[in-house]
Design a protein around this ligand. Structure first.
Ligand SMILES: [Zn+2]
Ligand SMILES: [Zn+2]
Length: 275
């Protein structure tokens, strides 16, 4: 697009992974988050409050879905013309509750469903899993569950693919993810085949691991395998992280040859040009 052309510039700043006080681990209301997004110059955000099926998770049974949906829709009306506001969920996955996820999603009106592995064998991936299995076996089981998620076809985007590295790093430094390159490739092939997108989650950039989730090598591999659907998420749980490092994530995607990022409406992908 040349300067001075009649095409008007459409900002690619979108954040499709943000939480509000409808999640137990978030601090700020939907309206406060929208205000922060408008202030940060974002054009579109999607709330993805937690739906967890693991009984040990503090989010289990927490989301009052109807009130949540109504509150997001009210915000969408209020912010119309300034900020597009979408309603989604971050729905947790373990292989043993695929049926519960399917049941929850059936018939619900949502723009976007993000899939995450936060628990493995009912052990938290933030710590317990390493105590029980040790690093290598913990990673193996973690990626096995991510593969289950990828193959389920229930989600619009796979969140923070190598989430486990954020917590492993805090215990023992950088994970040698090369050891799991076959598992990661299988996961990527599964999402490409099913039309599920891959998230670039920027939360790692504000934690000691200092990398996006997944990291650049996994994103490069996804691209090489023919992957085209990238969603962007700051995983903000408070106003100060709204839109965090989204410009860097866009730059990273662009540098790897992606020409668009993906947003979702009524669970259908739409493309935002970043080329
Ligand atoms: Zn998550
Ligand atoms: Zn999240």
């Amino acid at each position: 697009m040349s300067c001075g052309s009649s095409n008007h510039f459409v900002s690619p700043l979108v954040d499709f992974h943000v939480h509000s006080t409808f999640s137990p681990d978030a601090d700020d209301t939907i309206d406060a988050m929208c205000e922060a997004a408008a202030r940060a110059g974002l054009r579109e955000i999607c709330f993805t409050d937690h739906v967890d099926f693991e009984p040990r998770d503090e989010s289990h049974g927490y989301l009052r879905f109807d009130a949540y949906q109504a509150a997001v829709e009210q915000a969408a009306t209020k912010w119309q013309g300034v900020l597009e506001v979408r309603v989604g969920v971050e729905a947790d996955y373990q292989t043993w509750y695929t049926g519960q996820v399917r049941e929850f999603l059936a018939g619900r009106r949502l723009d976007f469903v993000l899939g995450s592995v936060h628990w493995v064998d009912s052990l938290s991936t933030t710590g317990e899993i390493f105590d029980r299995y040790g690093l290598e076996e913990a990673c193996r089981r973690y990626f096995e569950n991510v593969l289950g998620l990828a193959r389920s076809g229930l989600y619009d985007s796979l969140a923070h693919l190598d989430f486990i590295k954020r917590y492993a790093f805090e215990r023992c430094g950088a994970l040698p993810l090369e050891a799991f390159s076959d598992e990661i490739e299988t996961i990527l092939r599964a999402i490409i085949e099913r039309g599920t997108a891959l998230e670039i989650n920027t939360s790692g950039l504000r934690h000691p691991v200092r990398e996006t989730l997944p990291g650049v090598e996994t994103l490069r591999l996804y691209r090489r395998l023919g992957g085209e659907l990238i969603t962007l998420g700051s995983d903000a749980h408070r106003t100060r992280d709204m839109g965090f490092a989204i410009p860097q994530a866009i730059e990273l995607a662009r540098s790897l040859g992606f020409r668009n990022v993906t947003v979702f409406r009524n669970r259908k992908p739409e493309f935002v040009n970043i080329a």
